[in-house]
Write a new protein. Structure first.
Lengths: 1094, 329
């Protein structure tokens, strides 16, 4: 399209259409004009501006009703012209302004005319463009006292549109236009800034409209929730720009006291306001109400952009109108305070920046007024807090607490003004304590038990990869809220208090509450923990750095005192289960054992507490106690983090109690305590809990030893000792030597009540000794083994010889064989005068006993001495009346033997003394004890070998053989359930152990026969498979001891081959098993013979 | 009065042999922690840090021979130790050093512990040790090691070997005095400068194992291997007089110590017990029953802050028990 640059050409083109429009005012003509305008260049149009505008304005001014579409197109056309040109004449501007405004006014009412939305939009945009097209200072001509009515009309028009229209577009355009009209446009088209005097004049002028504008805008902002955030944002912007302009402290400062003499006619002068102090105060008061409304509404607006704009509002108003809007400062700050923890990160960030900005400019801390306002707000919040906490729902609590947190953050060190007021501290703490009340009705926490020491061993070894500090915290359930965020918020509040507040004051106060009542105790402990964390600056986000924080030394002092409180007798040893220590454990233990025996299924261990309501108060208090301990444990972990490596010194008193709880039977306590240990490891730079225990064993030993001396307190001591042993190495031994003596001493004194727990300690001790000194298998043992091996090889040789003789028969070999046989027979008969065996001959035990003189004892290694001392006790306790004790003693005895194995001089006399009670256990005791005793016997056989041979053959073997024989028919007949019975287990254990026992004891002919006889029946196919297998193993061992006899015995039962004598002079071999039909024994015998031959 | 017997505040383990002697050093420097020195049968001196309750340093200077006296010189880093290797070692422990800087050969093979008196002038002190002859006591000027005098009872006295020494200087008198307990059970007060016996008191039938003297009250206490504890006083004429004896349940007092504030007397018994008495009236206060073997020595900490005075007992059972008793006055 051609563009006409010169005014002449343009005129030529436009003239006809303009004339036509003047004559007939139709939409078509307007459109024609507009289309022509498009081809005219901007500069040409500028020259012809008035000419072109004339027909359009003429059309508008023509009296009589016009069609709306015509008006709309005219307005649009004017808008177009204005958008490309600028107005250089004041009167033109004024005229156009009023003409445009009139388009929307109905001639006879105040209400805007009922015109179409399109027209309204067009007019608003026209006005908007008009304001932008005014050239330079021209625009100011609109803002003269005399134009006040026009201006007022336009403003009210726009406000009405913004408030009452349905269309979002109109609303936003109206608001934008209003912003321009108030000369607060934020676009780049207004290069000229007003000078001070102009600003002041403009302010004076617009002040007349402030009440109207602000109330209308407030109505808009706080109107329909659904109107969308865009409108709210625009309205907020207009609001704060306007208020910020008119109420600016800077302007108001220069307002003279007296009203200037009005230079305009009286009526208009009446409209003008004078912004004197009085006016400012009144307006400020009124605005405060509006601002409060706005703040309340928008700060919880669901859309983050609206909240963001609110922050801008606060920032702008606080920056410009701190003095004039003094009454609103509180509300405004509250916005920041509340939004500083907003869920939207952008809002949060912006809010933080604004706050930081204020903090940097020392607006809050330095300016007394603001601090006063903040503390006043905090005061009133603290006052209302208890009520709010009990009445609000989770969301309400959340926002209230957010606000609290915000105040604390904003006040920083000044928070002490509030804390130093006793009443307010009480209010605050009361609210915190109230809201933090735990829900203690869960029965499960009381019921869940940890079982056995294994669980702990597992957990402490798996802790070598320690979990994160943060993930440790056990989920707590609160009575008054369920939202986890509230708990996190409360934690942050406490930390903030600890960070800024007077730590001594706070700790004192909450310690007092802690001691005041059980009801407060858990919450107070929780708060104390967080206070300390906060004071140490753990995970605290701060606005102000403070230099009033507690020093490391003070912190340590405070922590030490809280720690003392936590682990004091009355706060640490709480009832957490309704059984007397050990009593119920025993019961359930038995129960579960029986279950295992009878059903073989490891079912639920829990003997559920009677779950009726009449017991629930007790359950509640136990649950509460459990939580109490857990919170305190968490606290200890927290203190460790607060002090870091410095905490090592406190381990002296803290580690023992924690370990005590790590061994607690209540699952939760034990878990939390283990977590605490991990925390301590992290804080004090230990690699693992094992490392921690190992390095601080001396502290533990100290506590343990002191506790053992005071028997009344020491019910937990065995547990700690056990844990310590599980986690330490041989380096511990010199330290614990005297403690073990203490244990033995206590055991001697209190073996009635405490035998069970001490025995488990002794078992741990000896297990540890066995683990630490595996080199106990010294040279002597090895030599002996070699010796035996040689001997065994010899036997083997003779055996193969024996088998081979059927084919090669040199007379000397036979002779040699017979000689060997005779000698072996001698040996087997127990006729051991042979020179070969002399060195193995054990000395009579009596002389051994005498050998043990004191000076030999002194040179014994510590572990041997301990094992010996323990074994001594075991001998006494083997005949204890309590089955459980006997079982434990048997376990310990076995370990003693293991530790003592390399010291025969010590071991054998002890075994001699232990023998008689052991035989009693084996022969007439509960099957459980028999089972365990047989295991001990196997170990003994392993370690002491032939020392026991005669005793075994004399005291035990006959009874064992009898019991095997009598039990055999039972097991042969039994069904599948039998394999779960104790009897079966006993049979199995005996058969499994007997073989190697025979070999170790080096039994001879007659006794071997007894064993073989007793076991033969179990080769029957009728026996359970497992027993058959075990019986076969017995024979496999027997083969090694005496292959020939075994061969013979087996062949007597079933002989698969016929043996032809190699020489007629020899008798034919006849074995009773020959040529027998297949029997129940055949299969097993064949298997064994194959093994023997192979 | 059925109070449960107290238990030790803590127990120090790890000396690995019987503990012969103990000495506190709690107020040396502001930054150094309170220390406890112990000398053991095994010949080692352990320096215990009472804050961590662990051994800070182990000093080995007596060739594995039993150490039976340790003492620090106030305000200095100097430590004295006397061992069965007939040597008295002088250690400088500043900056973590751990080797003897000087030593003095002794001639006596007995068990008599030395005694030290710090003179007014900086760096000079008197040392009393058993001398060459059996019944002699030698007084030396340190650190120059010059002999000041030799105190030998007159020929017919037959007091036997000195068993324990206590040098002190009364406020009134000019010269230093020495209290010495002898094998025959007598206590002799010597005037060191005059080299003369001022008073002799036969208070025990058996050798005097240990004595301590409260110069403020001019009263002292001695214990022997018998069942009796003997308290004697010194009058203006420098005469020793028995003022009271205290019968004990079991014989054998290895060590006695009066608390620096003059309120408590502690005894170390061969019966494994530490006994506490009120020093004024010798009222039996408590029996501290912790050790499982004879207690060889007791020591009180130098008065730090009130309420923080510690008592330590070292025993043949290789443990050192540390007690905080009768502190709330």
């Amino acid at each position: 399209m051609a563009v006409f640059d010169s005014p002449q050409e343009a005129f030529g083109i436009l003239r006809p259409v303009c004339i036509q429009l003047t004559k007939t005012q139709t939409v078509e003509n307007v459109e024609r004009l507009q289309s022509k305008l498009h081809v005219v260049s901007d500069s040409a149009l500028q020259d012809l501006q008035e000419y072109v505008l004339f027909p359009l304005r003429f059309a508008l001014k023509t009296p009589g009703t016009k069609r709306e579409s015509l008006v709309q197109s005219i307005v649009e056309c004017i808008t177009f012209v204005l958008s490309t040109t600028c107005i250089k004449k004041q009167d033109l501007l004024q005229e156009l302004f009023s003409e445009l405004c009139l388009c929307l006014s109905s001639p006879n009412s105040q209400q805007s005319a009922p015109v179409s939305e399109e027209l309204k939009l067009a007019v608003v945009q026209g006005l908007h463009t008009l304001m932008h097209s005014a050239y330079g200072d021209i625009i100011l001509s609109l803002y003269q006292p005399c134009t006040l009515p026009h201006l007022g009309f336009a403003i009210s028009l726009l406000l009405t549109l913004a408030e009452q229209e349905k269309s979002k577009q109109i609303k936003t355009s109206a608001l934008k236009c209003l912003q321009v009209l108030l000369l607060q446009c934020d676009c780049q088209d207004h290069p000229k800034l007003l000078d001070d005097i102009e600003t002041k004049q403009l302010g004076d002028l617009l002040a007349s409209f402030l009440p109207g504008i602000s109330t209308a805008l407030t109505r808009i902002i706080t109107g329909d929730f659904k109107q969308g955030h865009v409108i709210i944002i625009s309205a907020l912007k207009v609001f704060y720009k306007t208020v910020g302009f008119i109420m600016a402290d800077e302007q108001l400062a220069r307002i003279p006291k007296d009203k200037e003499k009005p230079s305009v006619e009286h009526r208009i002068a009446e409209l003008m306001v004078h912004r004197d102090a009085n006016w400012v105060k009144n307006t400020g008061d009124k605005l405060a109400a509006l601002i409060e409304k706005i703040v309340e509404f928008v700060s919880v607006h669901p859309h983050w952009k609206a909240r963001m704009e609110l922050i801008e509002l606060v920032q702008d108003l606080l920056m410009k109108c701190r003095q004039s809007l003094l009454k609103s400062v509180g509300h405004l700050l509250k916005v920041l305070v509340g939004l500083v923890n907003d869920e939207n990160p952008d809002v949060q960030c912006r809010c933080n920046n604004v706050l930081k900005n204020f903090a940097d400019q020392r607006i809050v801390v330095e300016s007394r007024a603001l601090t006063d306002i903040l503390s006043e707000n905090l005061h009133s919040l603290a006052t209302a807090l208890p009520r709010l906490m009990s009445s609000q729902d989770d969301q309400g609590k959340y926002s209230t607490l957010l606000l609290l947190l915000g105040y604390l953050k904003l006040l920083g060190p000044k928070v002490n003004f509030v804390l130093h007021s006793v009443a307010h501290l009480h209010r605050l703490s009361k609210a915190l304590i109230q809201v933090l009340e735990l829900d203690v009705t869960d029965v499960k926490i009381v019921e869940e038990r940890r079982w056995g020491p294994d669980g702990l061993a597992e957990s402490s070894s798996s802790l070598s990869e320690p979990p994160l500090f943060k993930s440790k915290s056990q989920r707590k359930y609160f009575r008054f809220f369920t939202d986890e965020r509230i708990f996190l918020l409360l934690r942050e509040i406490c930390r903030m208090l600890g960070y800024y507040g007077d730590l001594y004051l706070l700790v004192d106060h909450f310690t007092e509450l802690y001691n005041e009542s059980v009801i407060y105790r858990k919450q107070a402990a929780m708060i104390l923990n967080e206070l300390i964390a906060g004071a140490a600056g753990i995970e605290v986000e701060v606005l102000h750095e403070t230099n009033s924080r507690a020093s490391a030394e003070e912190l340590k002092e405070i922590i030490t005192s809280i720690l003392e409180e936590y682990i004091s007798q009355k706060n640490w040893y709480l009832v957490t289960s309704n059984e007397a220590e050990g009593n119920r454990e025993e019961l359930t233990m038995k129960h579960s054992d029986l279950q295992t025996i009878t059903s073989g299924v490891h079912t639920c261990h829990l003997v559920p507490l009677p779950s009726s309501s009449e017991l629930s108060p007790i359950v509640c208090s136990m649950n509460s106690n459990i939580w109490q301990i857990c919170i305190q444990l968490e606290g200890i972990g927290c203190f460790a983090h607060a002090l870091g490596i410095e905490f090592r010194l406190l381990l002296m008193s803290a580690l023992y109690p924690v370990l005590e709880k790590a061994g607690d039977k209540t699952l939760l306590i034990s878990q939390v305590a283990t977590g605490t240990m991990v925390d301590i490891c992290h804080a004090c730079a230990y690699d693992s809990p094992r490392d921690l225990i190992n390095h601080n064993a001396d502290y533990l030993v100290n506590e343990i030893s002191l506790n053992l001396h005071q028997m009344s307190l020491s019910s937990h001591t065995p547990i700690v000792l056990e844990i310590m042993f599980q986690n330490s190495d041989a380096g511990l031994l010199p330290l614990v030597e005297d403690v073990i003596q203490d244990v033995l001493f206590s055991l001697d004194q209190f073996h009635d009540e405490r035998a069970a727990s001490f025995l488990s300690v002794l078992r741990t001790v000896l297990a540890a000794l066995a683990r630490w000194f595996p080199e106990a298998k010294d040279d002597k043992q090895l030599q002996e083994q070699n010796f035996r091996k040689e001997k065994y090889d010899l036997h083997q040789g003779s055996a193969t010889l024996g088998k081979g003789f059927a084919f090669t028969t040199p007379a000397e070999e036979i002779e040699q064989f017979l000689l060997d046989y005779l000698r072996n027979k001698d040996v087997a008969d127990g006729n051991v005068s042979d020179a070969d065996n002399e060195e193995e001959q054990p000395l009579p035990p009596e002389t051994e006993m005498n050998d043990v003189c004191p000076d030999v004892e002194a040179s014994l290694p510590v572990q041997t001495q301990i094992a010996k001392d323990v074994m001594e006790r075991c001998i006494h306790l083997l005949s204890d009346k309590d089955l459980k004790t006997r079982l434990k003693v048997l376990d310990v005895l076995e370990l003693c033997v293991t530790v003592l194995q390399s010291h025969e001089n010590q071991l054998l006399p002890m075994v001699h003394r232990a023998w008689l009670p052991l035989v009693h256990r084996l022969t007439n005791d509960d099957p459980l004890a028999v089972l365990r005793a047989f295991k001990v016997l196997c170990t003994l056989g392993n370690k002491c070998g032939d020392f026991l041979r005669n005793r075994f053959c004399k005291d035990i073997l006959p009874k064992l053989a009898v019991s095997l024989a009598t039990q055999a028919p039972v097991s042969a007949r039994a069904g599948p359930v039998y394999s779960h019975t104790l009897a079966f287990k006993l049979q199995l254990a005996v058969l499994q152990g007997l073989g190697s026992l025979c070999k170790k004891l080096d039994l001879g002919g007659g006794d071997l026969n007894k064993v073989a006889d007793a076991c033969l029946i179990y080769l029957s196919a009728k026996q359970p498979m497992k027993l058959q297998e075990a019986a076969r193993s017995v024979f496999l061992h027997l083969m090694k001891v005496d292959p020939d006899t075994t061969w013979f015995i087996l062949n007597e039962l079933h002989c698969p081959l016929l043996y032809e004598p190699p020489h007629p002079s020899l008798h034919p071999v006849s074995l009773s098993g020959m040529a027998k039909p297949r029997t129940e024994y055949t299969d097993n015998v064949l298997l064994l013979l194959a093994e023997l031959q192979g | 009065m059925a109070l449960a017997p107290p238990s030790p505040q803590f127990v120090l383990r790890g000396s690995q042999s019987a503990v012969n002697t103990l000495h506190f050093s709690c107020r040396s420097k502001a930054h150094s922690p309170p220390l406890l020195f112990s000398g053991s049968l095994g010949g080692l001196i352990h320096v215990w840090n009472l804050e961590t309750r662990r051994v800070d340093t182990t000093l080995d200077g007596h060739a594995g021979q039993s150490v039976y006296w340790v003492k620090t010189l106030e305000g200095q880093h100097l430590l004295l130790s006397q061992g069965r290797d007939l040597k008295l070692c002088l250690w400088d422990l500043a900056e973590g050093r751990n080797a003897p800087v000087d030593s003095l050969s002794l001639d006596s093979v007995g068990f008599c512990k030395g005694s030290v008196l710090t003179e007014g002038t900086q760096g000079c002190w008197l040392l009393a040790v058993p001398g060459k002859d059996m019944d002699e006591v030698q007084v030396l000027d340190m650190p120059s090691k010059t002999s000041v005098c030799t105190l030998k009872p007159e020929a017919g006295a037959k007091v036997g070997m000195p068993m324990c020494l206590e040098l002190w200087k009364p406020a009134s008198s000019s010269g230093p005095l020495l209290l010495a307990g002898y094998e025959d059970g007598s206590v002799i007060l010597w005037d060191v400068s005059e080299r003369s016996v001022l008073s002799r008191l036969a208070c025990h039938e058996e050798p005097v194992m240990s004595l301590d003297f409260d110069s403020g009250r001019a009263r002292g206490v001695s214990g022997s291997s018998e069942k009796v504890l003997c308290v004697w006083s010194l009058d203006e004429q420098q005469n020793l007089k028995v003022c009271r004896t205290q019968e004990l349940t079991n014989p054998g007092i290895a060590d006695v110590a009066i608390r620096p504030d003059g309120k408590i007397l502690a005894t170390a018994g061969w019966d494994h017990r530490i006994r506490l008495f009120g020093w004024k009236q010798l009222k039996p206060l408590a029996v501290l029953d912790y050790h499982s073997a004879a207690v060889h020595c007791v020591a009180f900490s130098d008065p730090g802050r009130p309420g923080e005075q510690l008592l330590a007992g070292g025993s043949k059972d290789q443990r050192i028990s540390v007690w905080s008793v009768y502190n709330q006055t």
